[in-house]
Ligand binder design. Structure first.
Ligand SMILES: Nc1ncnc2c1ncn2[C@@H]1O[C@H](COP(=O)(O)OP(=O)(O)O)[C@@H](O)[C@H]1O
Ligand SMILES: O=c1ccn([C@@H]2O[C@H](COP(=O)(O)OP(=O)(O)O)[C@@H](O)[C@H]2O)c(=O)[nH]1
Length: 294
């Protein structure tokens, strides 16, 4: 039987084992894309499999299901989950053990492919990422945008983030990585531009500890401070941190804390340096070449 024909009953089995909340149902499309990606991955590797035991790479499917359960808050079933001690890790472990018990199925860790897009505030990261999304169909995740959306949640955590952004400070990785992982899982895709993260050594070290993420390279946009400041002051997106006082603090944080991250990856030969002090089309003409094999 082909792997794709196995898929629907498998999804039903997984969803039956852990009753889906209304919010979980909203994740079904993402789950289905993971499943499709998993089947494609399995088909690509089928020549190495034995006829008696067909191995299906279900890591992405499992990750999608874990996301379904782990991020279903704030529904009533999610609060029942938290009262019974369910955590993202415990859900993932359940998915893993169920899959391992299914005949002909084997657990495989998911792989997400990532390019970090770094550069000073106003260097043009968001502008270039939008062009890459259009041409290459990659997913653009701006850590700053995710944090700003989180502020709107009005939670205690959200208020802490709001205060840190207003001061140009770097939010702890536990918050930012949680938001990034959630967005990655929900997207149902596997190739990501992570824009504006990691911003310091703590962010970088924590992200590198995450399983199943392959950091392909770092795209660094280089632009003089004077030019970046001028750009930010005419950006006009209503951002609370786009004022001269906070911009100067952000530049200092960038030099003191973010440049060491860039230099770390430079030492590993992973940084592509692009001069972004040119018109956006000229910057893109150089940038796009780096993605032909991504
Ligand atoms: N190459 C460029 N030349 C001139 N202006 C640019 C260029 N790239 C971006 N901008 C503008 O500068 C501002 C900051 O760009 P943005 O992409 O938001 O930067 P970042 O994401 O690095 O903070 C935006 O208003 C954008 O339209
Ligand atoms: O991984 C991140 C990304 C952003 N920020 C915060 O969000 C602000 C805005 O970041 P963004 O990347 O959106 O804007 P940029 O500084 O590139 O203009 C930063 O100054 C930080 O306070 C953060 O703490 N961690």
């Amino acid at each position: 039987m082909s792997a794709s024909r196995n898929l629907t009953p498998l999804l039903s089995t997984l969803l039956r084992r852990w009753p889906a909340s209304a919010a979980a149902a909203a994740y079904a499309p993402a789950l289905r894309s993971y499943a499709t990606a998993a089947v494609a991955a399995s088909a690509a590797g089928s020549s190495t499999q034995t006829a008696s035991r067909r191995t299906v790479s279900l890591g992405l499917l499992s990750a999608g299901f874990a996301a379904t359960c782990a991020f279903a808050a704030p529904t009533s079933s999610a609060s029942a989950d938290s009262s019974s001690g369910t955590t993202p890790e415990s859900v993932l472990n359940k998915v893993r053990s169920t899959i391992s018990q299914m005949p002909g199925m084997e657990w495989a860790a998911p792989t997400f492919h990532v390019v970090f897009v770094l550069g000073g505030p106003g260097s043009g990261k968001g502008t270039q990422c939008a062009k890459l999304v259009e041409e290459f169909g990659v997913v653009h995740l701006s850590a700053g945008d995710l944090l700003r959306a989180h502020v709107k949640s009005g939670t205690e955590d959200g208020n802490m983030v709001k205060a840190m952004i207003a001061e140009g400070k770097i939010v702890p990785s536990s918050v930012t990585i949680g938001l990034l992982k959630k967005a990655m899982l929900e997207s149902g895709k596997t190739k990501f531009l992570i824009d504006g993260f990691p911003r310091n050594a703590e962010n970088r070290e924590a992200f590198e500890k995450e399983d199943g993420i392959d950091i392909h390279f770092v795209l660094f946009f280089d632009c003089p401070e004077k030019v970046m400041e001028k750009r930010i002051l005419s950006r006009n997106e209503g951002r609370s941190d786009d004022n001269v006082k906070t911009i100067r603090k952000r530049f200092k944080v960038f030099i003191d804390q973010s440049m060491p991250v860039v230099n770390h990856y430079k030492g590993m030969g992973k940084v592509h340096w692009v001069n972004s002090n040119r018109d956006p089309e000229a910057v893109y003409a150089e940038t796009r070449k780096l993605f032909e094999n991504f």
